[in-house]
Each structure stands twice: as C-alpha cells, then as structure tokens.
Design a protein around this ligand. Structure first.
Ligand SMILES: *Cc1c(COP(=O)(O)O)cnc(C)c1O
Length: 830
C-alpha cells in the first residue's frame, strides 16, 4: 500500500524524521526487545516499533497531565465497562503526524510494514457499538485538547474470537495479553482496596448523628494500568486507566501456615477472577453476580482515584462539581452514584442533602437502548449480599425521591410504582436506569429519534418531572481511524483536493460537494473504491477460498448479530435474488457480493442459528454453477475493529435495516457512509439524521417508520398474510422451512421459519420485505449508472461532517460537562 502523505507536523522535531525513527528502531530491537537483527521475527519488529512509538508519546503524555494539574482544570471521567480500541500502532503514528517518516524508516530496514502491523493483537475489551463509541470518544477528547480520562477494566480475556466451523459460530478465548501489551504502563503503586459483602453497623458519632460503617467485608485490590491516548496533530496525550483485580494478599497466611499451600493460592486466584473476562453479551443483560462485582470493582477504584486527584488541590467537596464531570456509559457504572454518596456521607460526614446536591451535579448518564429486556436490573437479595450499604443508600435515595414525586403528584400511586428505583417484582429488583435518571443532572440519548423516544416511552414520567434533563447528543465516529487510517487512498485523494483540515474539522468535507459534478474526480474516487474492493476480494479468496467478482456490487452488513438488526431480512433478499437467477438464468442480473460479518452472543441461540443459515445459504449459492459470479455470499469471521477497517473502505452498499425504533443510533452506518457507501436503511437511529444530511435522494430508505411500527403492532401484525399474498416471499420461506439450504438435515432451519410465522415475526421482517426488495431493485438500477452512483457516493462523503465524534464531544463538553480545552505547552526541544 502506498504511503499516506498526510501531515508532517512533527517533522521538525528531533527523532521524528526517517533517520531518527530508523536509529530508534535499531536501538529498541537490541536494547528493549533484546534481539539480534539477524534472528528478529516480525513479532520482534512489531514490539520494537511499539517501543519506538510509545517512547515518543511519553513526554507529551506527562506534559499533558502536568498542564491539567497546573490549570487546575475541570476534568471529564468517561466510565465505561468497554473500550473497543482495536490496534494502536498505526493509529499512534498517524496521530503523531509522522507516518511517512516512520514508513520510510521501516522500509529502509528492509521490513514489511503491512506484515508488522498485522502482528498486533486487536484490543477488543468490548462487545460492539458501545465499546467502540468509548474508543472514538477518547480519540476526540485528546484531539480537542479536553482533559478526558477513560476508566474501565483491564480484562485478561477480551471479546471471544469467532471461528466458523461447519457453518456454526465457535467461540475461542481471546488471550490478548499472551505476548504482552506494549501500550500499557502497569502502576503497581496505584492500588485501591475494593470491598464486597460484609454488613452495615450503625453508630452515633460525637455529635450524636446516625452514622454507618460497612464492616467484615471481603476485599480485593484494584491495580492501575495506564495507556496513553494521543490526539491527532496536537500536543495532547490523554490517559486511559484500566483496573486489574489483585488479591489483597498474595497468600492466605492461615492456610499457608497450616501447610495448605494450594488452598492459599486458590483464594488469591478467586479474587483475581474479577477482571478475568469480558461478558460477551451485547444488549441483553445477564443477571450474574460476577458482573455486578465487576461493575462495582471498577467504579470503586475509579472514584477513589478521581477523589485522590481532586484532593491534591482542594479542601472539602463543594468544588467537586466544578472540577469533576463523570459520564456513565450506559447504566453499567451507575452504582457510582450510590458509591459517591457513601463516600461523602459515611466517609466524610457530609449531610445527605449536601452530598446529594454534589453527586447530582457530578454525574451524567448516556442511555443506549430502549429495549426493556436490555435495561439493567439487579435482584435485591443479590445486591444486598454483595453491596449491603449501597442497597440502603439506594433505598434512601428512592424514599426521598418518591416523597418529592408525591408532593408534586399527590395520590398518584401508579406513578410512584412506575418511577420507583425498586421494581416490585418477586424478588424485588433494583432498576439501574432509574438510579441513573434520578442521580444525574443530564441524561442523553444517542440520536435525535432515540432521545425523543426516551422522552415519550421509557422515561416519559421522568421527562414530565424534569423536562430539561433528557438531552440529545448524536453519536459520532473518529475520522482519524475510520477514514485516515482505514482508507488511506481516499484520505489522500481528499487531501489532494481540499487539504487536510477535514481531519480536525470534518465539516470541511463539504468542500467536496462541487466535485461530485466533476467527472475526473468521480473517476479518481471510483478508482480508489475499486482498489479497496480488489484488496478485500483478495483477502476473501485467501482466507475463505471464495472467489468474488471485484466488479460486482459490494453489499455489506457488518454488526453484532441480533434479531432486531435483521440480518435475516437481508438474507431473505439474497435468497430472492438467487431464485430470480434460477428462474431466469439468462436474464440480465446485476452481479452482487453480499458480505456479512458479526458475532452472536454465545448464549443467543437464534443469533447463532442466523449465522448458520447465512453460511448454509452461502454454501449453496456460491457453488451453484447456474449463478456463476452474479451472486456470492460471504460471511467474514471474527468481525472486530481491524476487520471493520478492512471491509468498510470496500463497501458500496451499507445495510442499516433494523426495525424502526430499535437501533438507538448505530455508528457502523456512519463509518460506511464516510467511506463512500450508499445506505439502504430504515428510518431508525442515526439513519434519519444521515438522510437529513446527505439528502433523501442520496440514500435508499424503505419500510415502516416508528409510527408505522407502533400502529402495526397495535393493529396486530399478521405474518401469514404476507406469506399468503407474496409468492416470492413464500417461496423463500418455504425453502428455509423445507431444508433447501441444509439437505443433509432438512429441519435444521425450521426454527427460523417458525419465528417468522407462528412466532409472530416480532421484528416485522415480513411487513418490510416487499418494500425492501423494491428498494434493492432501485439500488441496482442506480448502480448500473456508474456515474450516477459515484456522484451520490461523493455527496455522501461530502455531507458526513456532522458525524465526527469531535462534534459529539463538543456537545457533551458544552451541554453536559461544562469543560474547556487545555493546551499543553509545546515540548521543549531536546
Ligand atoms: C462500529 C462497530 C460496531 C457498531 O456497529 P453498528 O452497525 O452501529 O451496530 C460494532 N463492532 C465493531 C467492531 C465496530 O467497529
């Protein structure tokens, strides 16, 4: 791949030119990695490159931290159970602005940069969109010079690796630390005690006030690991601090002295299990004790750390809301609200009302889902066992909150039941979203429609109580990773025409608009896409042994496998195309390659069934000589950030086809459009705002909108009616039912047929099928006009500026956090 000639901002610095890099690489190979160039492997060179890169970040990282300290600035703490970072090497090199020099140095050493960067393990401490959002936000906070810290868990095992065996998903552990993580700095001295279990003792203090002690606890230590987060073309390097669980002591001395060495070590392992593994569950919550403990573990350590940093500068807590903003990424860290109350009231003796005022001004919460089954609740008995004092505090918060509601709405008992932090089920459950709603000064949705639905549905009662609390901040993505890094050829083409200002100000892409009418530019733009398609086709041939036609329409649906995302609807269309080719083999069928990628939660049976059906359909279609290269179906295994970076630049059609009202925002939709794919999608999540930006004539919208969905559900959706009335659909469904794609086991996919028919088709695939197929036909009509397709693709790219994560972060900073950028001093020359 050609070099990326963007920014050379740092070239005036010693060590940042090609000669400096080369010296540094040679030195690090020997003195950091301890290898002789004669025997060095690609892996040795990757770790060498990482050492050279990280060395160049450290001074700026330290200076950034010093500048925050000097300015006594308000800091933002982004608390997230997940950070889906992907690979770091080239991202750091590009953000430092010295990719050409680095590349030259590597090549002059006779090394293969493409091979070296592939060695890096994809850091996947997250499931999907939510974790990737956190990663994009860290990049944007650093790029904007905002004092933003990521806080999370250093899982020993990240998101599982997906393999496909006999068409089925098989999960393998993601042992990402096996060869060591070159980006992290262990901080064995940054260690906090985290308590669990035990009981609460009441006592009267010197002034006779009732106080609480949490005693007889089981304790675990949290140890910090820091990772530098470089902004793009800036001195700012922020910090992500992840916590690992360590036993309070290495051994239980009691057992040790008894001579029971093994038992003594076992106890140590048990407590260290807390940060062992990421829960590979997307959107549906799991009621597992270990997960609750993970949440409290990282929240407790993070709050201790945040308050320690605050206390270096400040007496008392009155200034806390002026110095600290804590963003809760979903309800996973919402226990922080009760924890801060506990620290202030039990630990420091603040009055409840005073502590509550401070707490509310510190916290804000991002909601990511409206689906009731995904809203986190914890059984009260479990909560009481694990966090007895926090349960008491939540009861007290609830008591005072419900009293306030009663004053405002006397006699409305139904309202009290609806808004209570405690669900009156059996057993009772703690509603974490309600805790977050009550304990935060701002709560945001992640796309305009999602925020509006929050106000109208799940949080309608709260919205009436506090009409200013729920705000919208539409998600965004970082253009550094998702365009500059993932699609260097397109980045270069854009820079050649409008300069590189868009990398920090994505709205500047608007200046490409006139070029949509420029035939030469369209040609160049089309050539970039074609080269990306060819590269992906080669990778597919190599990895999966499927020959795809690089001139076919690359139709891409990559995201977690979930019924609401409707990969099955896409597949119904694929089978429809297949049947049309079979019915008219000599017809003029547009060649199409349908690419799927995505993981299913290991316990989500239907999602796994869908993966199997995709692979079964692929097997039949790809081997049918009648089809030839006019239709290919490809399931690319192990969709992660790195595979996303390979697939997205080659996509031409972006499938964003969730049932209206189910996808909070989506960010995959933004990545694909920014890389010049046209979207076929429903009026759901950020698709609506993408339509508003790119223009309705440059996007393929189909299907029911949220009102249509609500109305249909109210009237009663009858899948059998569609089955009877639509012959093409019926044929497709019958093939699935009768085992056309699994002749060796004809009943294999019967459950899918049943879900779509007798099961009531809860995600309304059959209701949207006809319109979807019609829209796909329009897609083909436009695609046959290459110039028109390219014109629309250029306009899509030109109009995606709004979906930069920089814009999202500016909105958070202004509307929710009230924080301002701090510019570190330029590093003195050595
Ligand atoms: C962006 C991204 C997602 C989110 O995709 P959606 O289409 O918004 O669901 C999931 N996984 C990975 C690896 C991503 O990069």
């Amino acid at each position: 791949m050609a070099s990326n000639p963007l920014t050379d901002l740092e070239l005036d610095r010693p060590g940042m030119d090609a000669a400096g890099w080369r010296r540094s690489l040679s030195n690090h190979l020997v003195y950091s990695i301890g290898k002789d160039p004669l025997t060095a492997t690609q892996r040795d060179w990757f770790y060498t490159a990482a050492a050279a890169v990280r060395e160049r970040l450290i001074e700026r990282w330290m200076e950034t931290m010093r500048s925050y300290y000097r300015a006594d600035t308000k800091r933002v703490y982004y608390l997230s159970m997940e950070f889906l970072m992907g690979r770091t090497l080239m991202n750091s090199v590009l953000n430092m602005g010295c990719e050409p020099a680095f590349r030259t140095a590597v090549e002059n050493l006779g090394l293969d940069l493409a091979a070296i960067r592939e060695i890096e393990h994809d850091a996947a401490l997250g499931n999907g969109g939510l974790g990737r959002l956190a990663a994009c936000f860290l990049d944007s906070m650093a790029t904007l010079g905002l004092p933003g810290y990521g806080y999370g868990i250093r899982y020993e095992y990240g998101m599982f690796t997906q393999k496909i065996e006999n068409g089925c998903q098989v999960e393998h552990p993601d042992n990402w630390l096996r060869y060591g993580n070159p980006w992290e700095f262990p901080r064995p001295e940054v260690l906090y005690q985290v308590k669990f279990h035990g009981r609460v003792v009441e006592y009267a203090d010197a002034e006779g006030r009732l106080r609480h002690h949490w005693v007889d606890t089981d304790d675990v230590m949290a140890m910090a690991y820091d990772t530098p987060i470089p902004g793009y073309a800036t001195e700012t390097v922020n910090n992500m601090r992840l916590w690992a669980a360590k036993a309070t002591r290495d051994f239980d001395l009691g057992y040790f002295n008894e001579g029971n060495y093994i038992k003594a070590v076992e106890e140590k392992n048990e407590s260290e299990n807390l940060s062992k593994v990421l829960y590979p569950d997307d959107t549906t919550e799991m009621g597992r004790e270990l997960r609750l403990k993970q949440q409290y573990f990282f929240v407790s350590a993070s709050l201790q750390d945040i308050l320690f940093r605050y206390a270096k500068h400040h007496e008392g807590f009155d200034a806390l809301p002026d110095k600290v903003a804590i963003q809760l990424n979903d309800t996973h860290p919402a226990i922080a609200i009760a924890e801060l109350m506990r620290i202030l009231v039990d630990g420091h003796g603040l009055d409840w009302d005073h502590a509550w005022d401070i707490t509310r001004r510190v916290f804000s919460y991002t909601n990511h889902t409206l689906m009731p089954e995904a809203l986190e609740t914890w059984p009260v008995p479990l909560f009481e066992r694990v966090l007895p004092r926090h349960l008491q505090i939540i009861y007290e918060i609830n008591h005072r909150f419900l009293r306030e509601v009663t004053h405002r709405h006397p006699g409305d008992h139904a309202l009290l039941r609806r808004v209570s932090l405690i669900e009156e089920s059996s057993p009772k459950r703690v509603r974490m979203a309600h805790l977050a709603m009550v304990g935060c000064h701002k709560v945001n949705g992640v796309a305009a429609i999602h925020t509006e639905l929050m106000r109208q549905t799940i949080f309608a009662d709260f919205h009436r109580l506090w009409p200013d609390k729920i705000v919208n901040v539409t998600n965004g993505i970082t253009p550094r990773r998702w365009l500059n890094q993932a699609n260097p050829d397109l980045a270069r083409l854009i820079c050649a025409r409008i300069g590189n200002g868009w990398l920090k100000d994505l709205e500047q892409l608007k200046r490409l608009e006139p070029l949509a009418e420029d035939a030469a530019f369209r040609q160049a733009f089309g050539a970039v896409k074609q080269a990306n398609k060819r590269r992906l086709a080669e990778a597919i041939a190599q990895r999966l042994g499927i020959a795809v036609n690089p001139d076919s329409l690359f139709d891409v649906q990559v995201k977690r496998i979930h019924e609401y995302k409707r990969q099955l609807l896409n597949l119904l269309h694929v089978i429809t195309l297949y049947n049309r080719i079979r019915a008219h083999p000599s017809g003029d069928h547009l060649a199409r390659t349908v690419i799927f990628g995505g993981k299913a939660a290991p316990g989500y049976r239907m999602a796994k069934q869908i993966i199997r059906l995709i692979n079964d359909v692929a097997d039949v279609v790809n081997h049918d000589p009648l089809v030839a290269d006019r239709l290919k179906v490809v399931f690319i295994p192990n969709y992660d950030v790195s595979t996303a970076q390979d697939i997205i630049p080659a996509a031409e059609l972006s499938e964003q086809i969730s049932t209206a009202g189910t996808e909070a925002s989506g960010t995959g939709n933004m990545k694909l459009a920014l890389n010049g794919a046209l979207t076929i999608g429903t009026l759901d999540g950020a698709n609506i705002e993408i339509r508003n930006e790119v223009g309705a004539e440059n996007i393929f919208i189909f299907g029911l909108d949220t009102e249509g969905v609500t109305a249909l559900r109210a009237a009663g959706h009858d899948p059998w009616w569609h089955y009877r009335e639509n012959a093409e659909l019926r044929q497709v469904l019958d093939m699935i039912r009768d085992g056309f794609f699994s002749p060796e086991e004809p009943a294999r996919h019967r459950v899918i047929f049943d879900a779509l028919t007798t099961g009531g088709d809860p995600f309304l695939l059959l209701a949207d099928y006809a319109d979807y197929v019609a829209r796909q036909q329009e897609v083909e009509r436009v695609y046959r006009n290459r110039d028109e397709w390219l014109r629309r693709a250029v306009l899509n790219v030109a109009r995606m500026g709004r979906f930069s994560a920089d814009r999202s972060i500016r909105e958070y900073a202004e509307v929710i956090w009230n924080v301002k950028p701090v510019r570190p001093r330029r590093r003195p020359r050595r």
